[in-house]
Write a protein that binds this ligand. Structure first.
Ligand SMILES: NC(=O)c1ccc[n+]([C@@H]2O[C@H](COP(=O)([O-])OP(=O)(O)OC[C@H]3O[C@@H](n4cnc5c(N)ncnc54)[C@H](OP(=O)(O)O)[C@@H]3O)[C@@H](O)[C@H]2O)c1
Length: 256
């Protein structure tokens, strides 16, 4: 039986990855700072920043799926990966899978730069690895548009677009890769449509029945230019998966 450790296994993506790996018959351990009752898999208390619990979590696993993140992303993702990779070498773990983001190579956002550095650290570690990059999840697009829609006039960054993807599609692909052999950089995945934030906001406003006046505002600087250039969108070799933001929204709103 395959034994897999999932960091971030309580998060938006990780919980779906865990469900799929459990359904595939794997012995799954979720690393979490706060074990909670219930859940489909064994939870182990640990912290990627302090290193607490990591040695016990890694002992005896075949594969690690690293999808933890947080406000202190350099430490959770990069330092966390460094600690886990050291343990992978010690325990001869045969596969380290990292979830990353499409278009980070030349993107000045500090979060994206930290992810790129983490990818490089993994590639240079000597541990067999897979990196799966995905575009923004529909959940994140929803968080953005609901925040934009909060004030009476919505100030929408001009020229920003996303190609958001259903997190369950990402989880399906990550689980499939975790069950296979390491492939290095996997093919990028993204959602089916490129949509401007203004367009997503319009879909959201229509769905909740609350129209907003929209004012498009330029975002100055390198970060604004990177988004306007569409660096966060899938390139020609990327694979489009799953339903649209509108599909996700109608499902999400019908669950309320
Ligand atoms: N969101 C997007 O649109 C998107 C798009 C592409 C790729 N990604 C990538 O997908 C991955 C998952 O993102 P997500 O949105 O699913 O994240 P999320 O919902 O914010 O979940 C974060 C997870 O990280 C864990 N975590 C945070 N700090 C930790 C620490 N110090 N030690 C151990 N665990 C810690 C949390 O576990 P506990 O709270 O239980 O400890 C939680 O399970 C990330 O690598 C992200 O960059 C995200």
């Amino acid at each position: 039986m395959r034994s897999i450790l999932v960091t971030g296994g309580t998060g938006t993506l990780g919980k779906h990855v865990v469900e799929r790996l459990v359904a595939a018959g794997c012995r799954v351990t979720v690393l979490t700072r706060q074990p909670r009752p219930g859940g489909p898999a064994r939870q182990l208390k640990g912290d990627l920043i302090t290193g607490e619990g990591l040695a016990a979590a890694v002992a005896g696993v075949d594969t690690i799926v690293h999808c933890a993140t947080g406000a202190r992303f350099r430490r959770v993702e990069q330092l966390g990966a460094q600690r886990l990779l050291e343990l992978c070498r010690e325990h001869a773990v045969g596969h380290f899978l990292y979830v990353s983001i499409v278009g980070i190579d030349d993107h000045p956002m500090p979060y994206y730069q930290a992810k790129l550095d983490t990818e490089r650290l993994i590639a240079d570690s000597g541990v067999p690895y897979t990196v799966q990059r995905a575009t923004q999840f529909h959940d994140l697009a929803l968080r953005i548009v609901s925040a934009l829609a909060a004030p009476p006039v919505a100030l929408v960054p001009r020229g920003f677009a996303v190609q958001s993807i259903d997190v369950e599609q990402v989880a399906g692909r990550v689980a499939e890769l975790a069950l296979g052999n390491p492939v290095g950089r996997a093919r990028d995945i993204g959602g089916p449509r490129v949509q401007s934030l203004a367009e997503l906001l319009e879909e959201y406003s229509a769905a909740i029945g609350r129209r907003r006046r929209v004012v498009r505002v330029p975002v100055p600087g390198k970060i604004g230019r990177a988004f306007e250039a569409g660096l966060n969108l899938l390139g020609p070799d990327g694979e489009r998966l799953g339903g649209t933001f509108a599909d996700f929204l109608s499902k999400r709103l019908s669950q309320k």
